[in-house]
Design a protein around this ligand. Sequence first.
Ligand code: INI
Length: 172
Amino acid sequence: MATFEGNFTPDISLRFAIVVGRFNDMVTLKLLAACQDCLKRHGVDVEPDSQQVDYVWVPGCYEIPLAAKHLAFSQRYDAIICLGAVIKGDTPHFDYVSAEVSKGVAAASFQSGVPVIFGVLTVDTMAQALERAGIKSNLGWGYAMNALEMATLMRQMQKISPAPVQQMIQPG
Ligand code: INI
């Protein structure tokens, strides 16, 4: 029997899309920088005119799933990385936004058969967000590693059979 696993030496035919929320961009820009640094150091061309990475900016995390779903169903990408930061304030907005982005990202991935990486920080304070976006460590790097691993894994798995893609399902 076979073992399937991804690796971190992607070939130049791999394509990625990165969806970034502008809300809390003091944090999301730092996540993006680490993500690009990781991809670049693993041989991916991350420049804006690159053939390997496309960038999509959305207003906030609530809009991430729609963009991710569109990208995933295009079947142009081996993996999509979603970057955002939801910071708990004194309003219930946090709960609505974080619930929708997590459900939506999972649905985009599952329905399309394309890896969609959940690179969204959900934290109580800006200080916690910054700790995770460069002050202590930068989770953006890890999200890029997750994308590389899943992209190369899915290339392996496609040798068994193409991924079954569901029809676009509208939320009920
Ligand atoms: N969007 C975020 O990305 N992070 C947040 O912390 C946030 N809060 O807390 O409000 C946030 N709100 C905006 C939301 O994502 C939408 O852009 C907006 O509601 C318009 O649909």
